[in-house]
Design a protein around this ligand. Structure first.
Ligand code: XMP
Length: 535
């Protein structure tokens, strides 16, 4: 396995994803773990390499974080990225100076020498025959003197030491970010490091993971009983299917329907889990409660808090019943959650110290303690794409597993301002038309549907009325906005260039089929500065 030490960069998760995509198991841990921890971690001989991530701080502020010295004494290769390179240089006897000018964005880097990391990797060659790399840079400080034993591996005019290596010891460092897709050969570099330099075997595959995960759940749960909050989203669905595969009727799912789901979504969830998988599911119809509490509330953060709070209350009440009365037998002792690896990193990693809350996301942390239940999180080690692969391996339908993300507060944040039942009904119908057309329109070049070509698409209800004309009459009805974005990490996103013909069909259908809406707009804002959701 590979150990990634997180210095707090926004893109540390991407390093882990790239490593996993190379079918090598890796874990992210905060950079301030102790030397003893590192030695212990490597003690079983499974650790084949270490990656030091970039830092949020190196761009905006001074950082004093350093890697545990033990990392450089394990005898395994180490790769430093951005801040990881700077701290490597500093700790091994080189020099780092704060840059007078920040470098941020696209850069062309010249590769020097034939290091094992960059050998034969180039995007183009200069007339003199130098291999050049198109990369993504983001740093203020830079290395100005190589540590003893190191040679120059890459440079740019403004950053003369943009890469360095001590090949005898297996230490490599890059000032740019190989983990982001803007660095064209980034994937090749990380694969090179992990597979060749660290000599790992690419044996991390999902198929084997099912049997292993099932076995682990059985061992952990024994003959006890488990409650799981099913939302219909990918994570909780896959967790439910996996746990059901492992322990069958010892699992009870609680599905809280807050009335702000997509059209017919509640029925579809029931049909899948109760109907097809034969799992025990309790559906709680709480839409009146939710919509009642939301009446008159317009502030987005307040709406989120209300929905999140009620969700927890309703779920807790159901769970308490199950805990007491049991699944007919003894009473539940475990609470299962579809926590995935990015959630784990986000809440425990070095990042949390510096992360800025832009929107308070749906959060059910603290529930297990309050309920006095043990926690079961079978997806804790997996990334989203791995969770999806696992879902398919478990037999869940492709369409469900490859669904776009849907926010916990649901349509509550897609109806701007006050949430009213009539708005929700209009939005559900308009959104269903948009999604249906995206699914059925195939792009002739890629052969994929526009649903699969976009990362997230939905409709937003705008509580304003505009004038229209229909037949001979004047209309004065509501407006919706269509939103479709392409992104690989949801931290930045581009609006999708949907074909005009598709937009035309969607708008025609919505205006004709959904009485009460007479105008459809398309959102052409990228993130940043806009966010993906409107609230
Ligand atoms: P933004 O709007 O922040 O969204 O660009 C990024 C991603 O997060 C989702 N999102 C949420 N998910 N609860 C959630 O579970 C929330 O409150 C929430 N707000 C945004 C959003 O759909 C997008 O995928």
């Amino acid at each position: 396995k590979i150990l990634i030490l997180d210095f707090g960069s926004q893109v540390t998760q991407l390093i882990a994803r790239r490593v996993r995509e190379a079918h090598v198991y890796c874990e992210v841990h905060p950079c301030d773990v102790t030397d003893d921890w590192v030695r212990e971690y490597a003690a079983d001989g499974q650790l084949k390499g270490v990656i030091l991530s970039g830092s949020h701080a190196s761009v905006y502020e001074e950082s004093t974080d350093a890697a545990p010295a033990a990392v450089f004494e394990l005898g395994v290769p180490v790769l430093g990225i951005c801040y990881g390179m700077q701290t490597m240089a500093q700790q091994l006897g080189g020099k780092v100076e704060s840059g007078h000018q920040r470098e941020f964005g696209y850069a062309e880097v010249r590769a020097h020498g034939h290091t094992a990391l960059l050998k034969d990797i180039a995007d183009f060659h200069t007339p003199e025959g130098h291999g050049m790399l198109k990369v993504w840079m983001s740093h203020g400080d830079k290395v100005t003197e190589l540590p003893p034993g190191f040679k120059l591996m890459a440079s740019t005019p403004s950053c003369p030491i943009a890469g360095m290596a001590d090949e005898a010891r297996g230490f490599y460092a890059l000032q740019f970010h190989p983990e982001v897709t803007h660095t064209v050969q980034g994937r090749a570099m990380l694969e090179r490091f992990v597979l060749d330099i660290c000599a790992t075997r690419p044996d991390w595959v999902m198929r084997d993971h099912v049997a292993e995960a099932v076995q682990k759940i059985r061992e952990q749960v024994g003959d006890e009983e488990v409650i799981l909050g099913l939302s219909g989203g990918v994570d909780s669905s896959v967790a439910a299917a996996l746990i059901h595969r492992a322990i069958g009727d010892q699992l009870t799912c609680v599905f809280v329907d807050h009335g702000l789901l997509r059209l017919n979504e509640g029925d579809m969830v029931m049909e899948m889990f109760e109907g097809k998988l034969n799992a025990k599911v309790i559906r709680v119809d709480a839409s009146e409660l939710f919509l009642g509490q939301l009446a008159g509330v317009t502030d987005p953060e307040k709406k989120r808090k209300i929905i999140g709070g009620l969700f927890v209350d309703v779920f807790k009440a159901e769970a308490a019943k199950l805990k007491a009365a049991g699944n007919g037998v003894k009473g539940a002792t475990f609470l299962a959650q579809g926590t995935i690896y990015p959630d784990v990193i986000e809440s425990g990693g070095a990042k949390s110290k510096k992360a800025v809350t832009i929107k308070s996301h749906h959060n059910v942390g603290g529930l297990p303690e309050q309920l006095g239940l043990k926690l079961l999180e079978p997806l804790r080690d997996l990334f989203k794409d791995e969770v999806r692969e696992l879902g398919v391996a478990l037999g869940l339908p492709h369409d469900m597993v490859y669904r776009h993300p849907f926010p916990g507060p649901g349509l509550g944040v897609r109806i701007l301002g006050e949430v009213k039942p009539e708005y929700a009904k209009l939005l559900q119908r308009a959104d269903a038309i948009f999604i249906e057309e995206l699914r059925s329109t195939i792009d002739p070049i890629s052969g994929k549907s526009w649903y699969d070509l976009t990362s997230q698409a939905f409709t937003v209800f705008l509580p304003v009325k505009s004038v229209g004309v229909m037949g001979d009459g004047r209309t004065y009805d509501y407006v919706v906005a269509l939103r479709a974005v392409c992104t690989s990490d949801f931290m930045t996103a581009d609006w999708a260039e949907l074909p005009y013909s598709l937009l035309k069909r969607v708008s025609g259908r919505i205006i004709n089929e959904v009485r009460g809406i007479n105008r459809v707009t398309y959102d052409v804002s990228s993130k940043p500065p806009a966010t993906i959701e409107w609230e």
